[in-house]
Design a binder for this molecule. Structure first.
Ligand SMILES: [Fe+2]
Ligand SMILES: [Fe+2]
Length: 175
């Protein structure tokens, strides 16, 4: 049922690539999908528009690395607007980090903001319990290999190491 609201989003390359991105030590896709499921349930309880809530939840952290704690909601909302999402969906995305960012003005925006917090608590609980079983480290290692952010980071580290070695070797040859 929930899928019927977001079939197109689930097939979008930008959403698909979140399977490879790390967020709260799990895949960002898992976090987005959890937020969407909680939004679906909350929207029914709070009598909010389910479609708006679930669509906003499924893309609320897209490109979050391009912003900060307080600005990434706006970045994701701008992306959503460029995709043709409604003002209501964009507003719910923009305010999902409240109180770290603008205050939600609609029922739907409150749903997404609360669902994001509930999903994040679950993500972090899984992260901590996974530290005991070892799953968290295993997952982190896998995501660090697939997430372009971490791949670029390790390449830069590698480069710096090589540069340091080259400088050291040069200094030795001069002596
Ligand atoms: Fe966020
Ligand atoms: Fe989030």
């Amino acid at each position: 049922m929930i899928h019927s609201f977001i079939t197109d989003l689930l097939a979008h390359p930008k959403v698909i690539e979140t399977h490879q991105h790390m967020h709260h030590s799990i895949s960002k896709h898992d976090h987005l999908a959890r937020t969407a499921r909680i939004s679906y349930k909350l929207a029914r309880v709070m009598r909010a528009d389910i479609r708006i809530c679930v669509r906003a939840a499924m893309i609320h952290d897209i490109d979050s690395r391009l912003g900060t704690l307080t600005t990434h909601g706006r970045i994701a909302a701008e992306w959503a607007a460029a995709q043709g999402e409604s003002d209501e969906v964009c507003h719910a995305i923009e305010t999902h980090m409240f109180p770290f960012g603008p205050k939600p003005r609609t029922r739907e925006a409150w749903v997404v903001s609360l669902a994001d917090k509930a999903a994040s608590i679950t993500d972090l609980t899984l992260m901590v319990s996974g530290m005991v079983t070892g799953h968290t480290w295993q997952r982190r290692r896998m995501l660090q290999q697939s997430d372009p952010h971490f791949v670029a980071l390790s390449q830069r580290r590698h480069q710096r190491k090589h540069q340091r070695r080259a400088r050291f070797a040069q200094r030795k040859s001069v002596q």
